[in-house]
Write a protein that binds this ligand. Structure first.
Ligand SMILES: [Zn+2]
Length: 302
């Protein structure tokens, strides 16, 4: 009888332990609502796992992606895309989805006029201005066309999420003839920060590989946060750990946010989580900050 009790108690403890791992609350600040037509048919294989996603239309893609979000206990997700697709995601999971606005992107090839932009914000259709993939189009955040939108974002407390860093090899020869590496340097946002001191900016992809320049900006401007989207799973086996570790050692552990940048691949989500869970140099508290606390602070999530 006693042995039986011990077995039952141990089993309960083990179950509680497992529960704790599964129950870690996560915020994903870099997640795209994509369209079936954005990709080839059949869709491309995940470059890391080689797995071909199983969705066959927009609805299936949304259901599979949101299913993966839920299964991995991502309690809030910044979903960016075009207004209509993001609205569908929000309708499907209103508690979880925070709407972002990808630009330039299919369906968002030009910016709405400023009155419409404000209306989108007030109607809850746009809570984050980004991902702004300006580098792909030879632009920077300091270009005059963005000025009125940045002023609105600063006034209404809407964070700006900017693509920084790199892109896949050969990008200027393929999709984007105006892409240039130097346009991914986070130092290019400095004049914007001077002009808009209350603007909240998220450096997507944590400026990779502009390590020193990103640290310089984050040191001087405490309102600047960064996410680890894409590199957290695409470079997990190479230089991601050393890059992240250098930011932790430099004291930026309270401003680095978890993001997947899952693109076409639902299996990128558990890969990204695993990379942070297994990082040998992160304490439990640092993991909690990256997975949840830092984003909750940046995005005012209660
Ligand atoms: Zn990006």
């Amino acid at each position: 009888m006693r042995i039986l009790c011990i077995i039952i108690v141990c089993t309960l403890f083990l179950a509680a332990d497992r529960e704790q791992v599964v129950q870690r609350k996560i915020i994903d600040v870099h997640f795209h609502a994509r369209l079936f037509t954005d990709y080839s048919n059949p869709p491309p294989a995940n470059p890391v796992t080689g797995k071909i996603p199983e969705w066959k239309n927009d609805k299936e893609m949304m259901d599979i992606m949101l299913g993966a979000v839920k299964a991995n206990n991502i309690v809030k997700v910044i979903v960016s895309g075009n207004i209509t697709t993001v609205e569908n995601y929000k309708k499907a999971d209103p508690e979880r989805v925070i709407p972002g606005f990808d630009y330039p992107y299919e369906g968002n090839t030009s910016l709405p006029d400023t009155a419409t932009f404000v209306r989108y914000i007030k109607e809850g259709k746009l809570s984050v201005f980004g991902e702004l993939a300006l580098q792909y189009y030879g632009k920077t955040l300091a270009d005059p066309e963005f000025e009125p939108y940045l002023a609105i974002c600063e006034r209404l407390g809407v964070p700006v999420a900017l693509h920084t860093g790199l892109a896949p090899p050969g990008t200027p020869y393929k999709c984007c003839p105006k892409f240039r590496t130097h346009l991914g340097n986070p130092q290019l946002i400095e004049e914007v920060l001077i002009k808009h001191p209350k603007l909240k900016i998220q450096l997507m992809h944590i400026g990779f590989p502009w390590s020193e320049e990103t640290k310089a900006i984050m040191h001087i401007y405490p309102q600047v946060y960064a996410d680890i989207g894409a590199i957290v799973w695409t470079r997990a086996g190479t230089d991601f750990y050393s890059y992240l570790k250098s930011f932790m050692e430099a004291g930026f552990g309270k401003r680095i946010m978890f993001g997947t940048d899952q693109m076409a691949w639902p299996d990128a989500i558990p890969l990204a989580i695993k990379t942070i869970e297994n990082a040998p140099f992160l304490t439990e508290e640092q993991k909690q900050d990256i997975f949840y606390n830092n984003a909750a602070k940046f995005y005012n999530i209660k």
